[in-house]
Design a protein around this ligand. Sequence first.
Ligand code: PLP
Length: 357
Amino acid sequence: MNYINNITEAIGHTPLLKLNRVGKDAGANVFVKLEHLNPSGSYKDRMALAMVEAAERGDTWNGKKLDEGGTVVEASAGNTAPAVAMVCAAKGYKAKIFLYRYQLEGGKNTRMLITQAYGPQVGISSEPDVYLTPEQIEEFSKQAPDLLHVLSAKMDCQLEEDKTENCVWVDQIYNPYNYIGQESLGREIYTQLDGQIDAIGCSVSSGASLFGMVRGLAENGVRPGLIFGVVPGGSEKYYDFPGEEADYGQFSVSDMKSVIADAVGLKKWVTEEPIVQKMLDAGYPDKVFCVSDEDARNMANRLCREEGIFCGMSSGANVAVALRIAKLLGPGKNVVTTIVDRRDRYLSETPYEKYVV
Ligand SMILES: Cc1ncc(COP(=O)(O)O)c(C=O)c1O
């Protein structure tokens, strides 16, 4: 007999696929880790499980512990929401997920419906005017209107954790178990390619997937010659960097996030170091590339049509960059990136799906 007792045991151990059509004339070999095959449809299942298990042990920044019947809170734009909801469903916890209000204009989107299917309480983040004055809203809206909603949602989580018994906000942007959960990605890739990895990278939001993947390789003594990050065009509010690509040292985390965090009253986000900064402090990535919605979407379409990979836009962006690097490195080298998530969650945006991280 060969069976599992809980769906969380099906997380990880995903195949590594060599792109033989899309990558045919690429020069180097291009490999993709098929993370859309995880149970909730993205690589966030790895970190969701690690963060919930850490909460069960009380291994949290404020010592809060998740006991039986407890509630896990998180705010998310995309993949963390269904991943946390799935892990909570499988482990018997309640989940409360705040979705960003700005993404729901025009009604429900598919990511919300997918999350709701797992049964959590799904809330829409508060209007920014709950936390900010009209003057602050006017000032921040000029630079980062989306961030107003993101930070309001995080503040909703903080308040929810404070007021609810037996409740942990897992806070993916700061939680070390986000990248610790993603280290298995690196370990698996190390084994699948016998450690022969010349370049590796993926899209960066919290930075935990890239950081965890690289740490999983480092644990096995491997430091690929090129570690690359990928960000959507228009990410300037999150990162300061020149032009469409930048070398290590030329990019940094923009201080916009902590300025707004301070204004909404989210003290933790002002005093603690986010994961992406920890990754930069550790010396990664060597390069960051900016990819447009259109290039990300075109490559995601090609991956669907030419390789049968039903993936979203950030996977398209990852592969678009991996192919550029493969051309530079030439034959005999191995370039690795991730297929982040399944495309089903973007179908309500068809045919203008956006590259969001
Ligand atoms: C579609 C997509 N791609 C890439 C990322 C980046 O992953 P990370 O937060 O680990 O940097 C995310 C994270 O939210 C995502 O949802």
